[in-house]
Design a protein around this ligand. Structure first.
Ligand code: FAD
Ligand code: NAD
Length: 466
């Protein structure tokens, strides 16, 4: 029987990063993955393929709607070849997952293909291609998550689908009905809207992306409405039925009326749930909480002391970079180091266009905590760089402590915000004040100048360009 210092179950961004860090720290490491490709949800059916389709559909939209403004004329019709677009997406995925194979080899990590389950706290059974039993002093559970569903919906994965199927459709829907105005619904909704589908978003709450700052929800809602998406907020879905090629969704509005929607595809994107099926956690004495997550303490240690858990399978935001930080954290903890994660400073990004990004506290949270704060906001339309490229939608909003000027939250919507948020994370890691940011030189002309201007506005209302 092969024996390891650490065995990791699951090869998503949590698991494979943990494996690399364990190997870097000198541990003999194994990783077990039930699928034939490494990289988990993120690389195979999540972050990477969705961003590939967002990029392709963005190019199409630019070509059909904006090239002319720039004086670029394309003779003849511009058409979408969906098969090719999906094929390109798959090529990006294959290249990226292949990169993880390379990293495993480079770091001398043993990869086992098969379903891992606990025999006891230090022994794992692998069923599948590399069937065998292995022994490990420490185990890291990194089994991720699967799409959630509503109890009355029967997902046929053809017309009533999850994100996994939406990433490989064979045709552009005529009318895509999306249940859930969260990250997945909006990113994939924008992809198919750009490609020509009619899109209806049905959201239970009174705003889309309801966990983000309300200012961002409002602005993004405007963007979707401008693109002629139907945004049905405060609607509670009651039933989803398929009749042949038609899907009928019924939802109750605020007045208690039942509204009917007819489309040809329905994407159910109402969140994801932790995945622990088949792990046989009981055999290792690992406890779960009432939300189905593996229970961990502040060291990400489960109820069995040699077993740790990270990523989507435990509490917290279901984000790839959160899982990665936790992978590093656990590897370093096992090695006897004292790592630290500030969960308040894990940024959240929605990769629509304009992009939405945030870190730290929202206005709603600061109000609820009775924190006295000030707001500095700056619109992208006032920037020369934004006008030069034609990306003038959105703003940067900085929330700073009213007395100390420390930055408490940064919320932005606009071009390149997914990258701009990194400046806010660095600033907040070093506990910068709004004035600190406002006094740093930002290259001109850049989108990043909006961050400086918002900081100037927060400092003492002295933005320069509005
Ligand atoms: P996962 O990536 O889910 O990996 C878990 C792995 O464990 C899987 O490969 C699974 O097969 C394997 N596994 C499970 N059980 C076993 C077992 N018993 N034995 C062996 N293997 C097992 N996050 C972002 O930060 N940015 C984004 O842009 C983004 N976009 C997304 C888009 C979509 C459409 C989706 C669905 C998700 C997106 N996410 C994004 C979320 C992100 O994918 C997850 O937060 C991330 O993948 C979680 O990583 P993880 O390592 O915890 O688990
Ligand atoms: P989500 O939690 O982001 O959004 C789900 C939405 O569905 C919420 O707005 C919620 O109010 C709504 N909803 C719930 N029940 C409903 C009902 N009965 N009727 C109508 N609406 C209902 O979840 P998601 O979009 O499915 O994404 C799952 C996870 O994947 C998220 O946690 C997210 O962090 C992650 N993800 C991240 C990215 C990214 O970082 N860019 C992209 C995609 C997915």
């Amino acid at each position: 029987m092969k024996s390891y210092d650490v065995a990791i179950i699951g090869s998503g961004p949590g698991g494979y990063v943990a494996a690399i860090r364990c190997a870097q720290l000198g541990m003999k490491t194994a990783i077990i993955e039930k699928y034939s490709t490494l990289g988990g949800t993120c690389l195979n059916v999540g972050c990477i393929p969705s961003k590939a389709l967002l990029s392709s559909s963005h190019h199409y939209e630019e070509a059909t709607k904006h090239f002319e403004d720039h004086g670029i004329e394309i003779p003849g019709d511009i058409k979408v070849n969906l098969e090719k677009m999906i094929g390109r997406k798959q090529a990006v995925v294959d290249q990226t997952t292949g990169g993880i194979d390379f990293l495993m080899k480079k770091n001398n990590i043993d990869v086992f293909e098969g379903l891992g389950s606990f025999i006891d706290a230090t022994h794992i059974k692998i069923e599948g291609k590399d069937a065998q039993e292995i022994e490990a002093k420490k185990v890291i559970i990194a089994t991720g998550s699967k799409p959630s569903n509503l109890p009355f919906i029967s997902l046929d994965k053809e017309r009533i689908i999850t994100s996994t199927e939406a990433l490989k459709l064979k045709e552009v829907p005529k009318h895509l009905i999306i249940i859930g105005g969260g990250v997945i619904g909006l990113e994939l909704g924008q992809v198919y809207r750009r490609l020509g589908a009619e899109v209806t978003v049905i959201e239970y709450m009174d705003r889309i992306i309801p966990t983000m700052d309300a200012g961002l929800s409002k602005e993004l809602n405007k963007v979707f409405k401008k693109a002629k998406c139907k945004m049905m907020l405060s609607h509670k879905v009651q039933s989803v039925e398929r009749n042949g090629d038609e899907v009928v969704v019924k939802a109750e509005n605020k007045k208690g009326e039942v509204v009917e929607f007819k489309g040809d595809y329905c994407l159910v994107s109402v969140g994801r749930k932790p995945y622990t099926e088949g792990l046989n956690l009981e055999a290792a004495g690992v406890k779960m909480n009432d939300r189905g997550q593996v229970e961990v303490n502040e060291h990400l240690q489960t109820s069995t002391s040699n077993i740790y858990a990270i990523g989507d399978v435990i509490k917290g935001a279901m984000l790839a970079h959160k899982a990665e930080e936790e992978g590093t954290f656990v590897a370093e903890t096992i090695a006897g180091q004292k790592p630290h994660i500030d969960y308040n400073l894990i940024p959240g990004v929605v990769y629509t266009w304009p992009e939405v990004a945030a870190v730290g506290k929202t206005e709603e949270e600061l109000k609820a905590d009775n924190v006295a704060y000030k707001v500095g906001q700056f619109p992208f339309r006032a920037l020369g760089r934004a006008r030069a490229s034609g990306d003038i939608e959105g703003f940067v909003k900085i929330l700073a402590d009213k007395t100390t000027d420390e930055v408490l939250g940064v919320h932005m919507i606009g071009a390149r915000c997914a990258d701009l948020i990194a400046e806010a994370v660095v600033s907040m890691e070093y506990r910068a004040s709004a004035e600190d940011i406002s006094r740093m030189s930002h290259a001109h002309p850049t989108f990043a100048e909006a961050v400086k201007e918002a900081a100037l506005a927060a400092t003492d209302n002295r933005a320069l360009h509005v």
